[in-house]
Design a protein around this ligand. Structure first.
Ligand code: AHM
Ligand code: MG
Length: 388
């Protein structure tokens, strides 16, 4: 072995090209290359912050196993309601741009009159349920009578849908939240188009119920008797995505929602309860907050998430109450009970009231369990012979 002029041994003077293979070979020995399996590759994706989303459609399919006897009809029915509500949502969002609140006097491309938004919503849900083939009879707050469905695709239809297509619609022209409320029963008649008796079932026989709130964001909340789940519409993908799994209403709350403008017409018990809410008492966190939008769905939704009570009692003006048992009170009563709350007419459980009329009205108290019980206590303690 010779030496360089500066005295180094000759074999240590490698060119760069010669050095690289030597270095890689050495590195391979220290860090041998590992072939990753597919699950291992997935764990590498995780740090990229890709959020899994669960759409309403996926969720409904996942939950179908909760009904071992089901062949997917209820799932399809819920899907149809979800689709119709997206169309209604689109129109609600446009309400400020076009005069959609009354008959515009215009005709559309088919030569039809442009309809009021609540009628539009009614038509959308009706059309979706008739075409869907799972509904044997449709009843709506907007229709005088039931609509037995005779569509050939509906011969095996097992379900009954009752709906308030656009609740609180007087709020649209001032850009305040409105909603859709729906209630689903299994038919009691044998077959063919559904009957009135299919619709006049106690609320406790509902198989599903829920609502859509068209608010600062649009949400669909529903129950099939296995808890309550909420989905927020992501407008960028046009899908309701699970955002509020397993909703539970606080057992107690600090919000009372009632139209206090009607105070003079209220029964004694309600007047006393309102005074109780307004009284200062530190241990029970009073005075409570008063919140009343005038859209039942929006008032209910806030109280469901935050804790509170919604009251629409009998009044001198509305001696049987204002809100409808079948379209408004029963579905929201089912939802609130499934979330751990309570729904009452002030004396009895809403879900046990026997309906005798399609458009029957009822007083209603619903929300956090302890608050509803307190209202019931006041009504019992201060009876009012003018009412009930
Ligand atoms: P609607 O179905 O005709 O819209 O009426 C129902 C609405 C509810 O959303 C709301 O809670 C209530 O009526 C408000 O009534 P009031 O203005 O008497 O307080
Ligand atoms: Mg209504």
């Amino acid at each position: 072995m010779g030496a360089t002029p500066d005295g180094l041994p000759v074999q240590q003077q490698h060119s760069i090209e010669e050095t690289i293979p030597v270095t890689q070979a050495a590195a391979k020995q220290v860090h041998p290359v590992k072939v990753l399996s597919w699950p291992e590759k997935l764990t590498l994706i995780k740090p990229m912050n890709i959020q899994p989303i669960n759409t309403l459609g996926q969720f409904i399919i996942e939950r179908q196993s909760e009904f071992p006897y089901s062949k997917g009809q209820l799932s399809r029915l819920l899907r149809d309601i979800g689709i119709a509500s997206k169309i209604v949502n689109r129109e609600v969002n446009k309400a400020g741009l076009v005069n959609i609140l009354g008959d515009t006097g215009e005709t559309n491309i088919q030569g039809e009159k442009v309809k009021k938004l609540d009628l539009f919503a009614n038509e959308q849900f009706k059309a979706a349920l008739i075409a869907g083939g799972e509904c044997c009879v449709f009843a709506s707050e907007e229709e005088e009578d039931i609509l037995p469905i005779e569509n050939p695709v509906s011969v095996d239809a097992k379900y009954v849908v009752m709906i308030d297509p656009l609740d609180g619609s007087s709020n649209i022209d001032v850009n305040v939240s409105v909603g859709t409320i729906f209630s689903i029963y299994r038919r009691v008649s044998e077959n063919g188009p559904g009957l009135l008796s299919d619709c006049l079932q106690k609320g406790m026989h509902q198989v599903a119920a829920g609502y859509v709130v068209y608010g600062s964001s649009t949400m669909l909340v529903y129950t099939t008797g296995h808890g309550v789940n909420g989905f927020t519409l992501d407008p960028s993908i046009g899908e309701f995505c699970l955002s509020h799994p397993n909703i539970r209403i606080p057992e107690d709350g600090k919000i009372y929602s009632v139209n206090e403008g009607n105070y003079i017409h209220f029964p004694q018990g309600i007047k006393k309860y309102i005074k109780y809410c307004q009284a200062y008492d530190e241990p029970s966190s009073r005075a409570y907050n008063s919140r009343y939008i005038g859209s039942m769905v929006a008032d209910f939704h806030r109280n469901l998430l935050k804790g509170g009570v919604f009251i629409y009692p009998v009044t001198g003006k509305a001696p049987k109450g204002k809100l409808r048992l079948c379209y408004e009170c029963n579905p929201l009563a089912f939802v609130v009970e499934q979330a751990g709350g309570k729904a009452s007419d002030g004396y009895h459980r809403i879900l046990e009231i026997e309906p005798t009329d399609l458009h029957q009205r009822t007083p209603v108290v619903l929300g956090s369990k302890k608050m509803v019980e307190k209202v019931e206590w006041f009504l019992k303690e201060f009876p009012d012979p003018g009412f009930f």
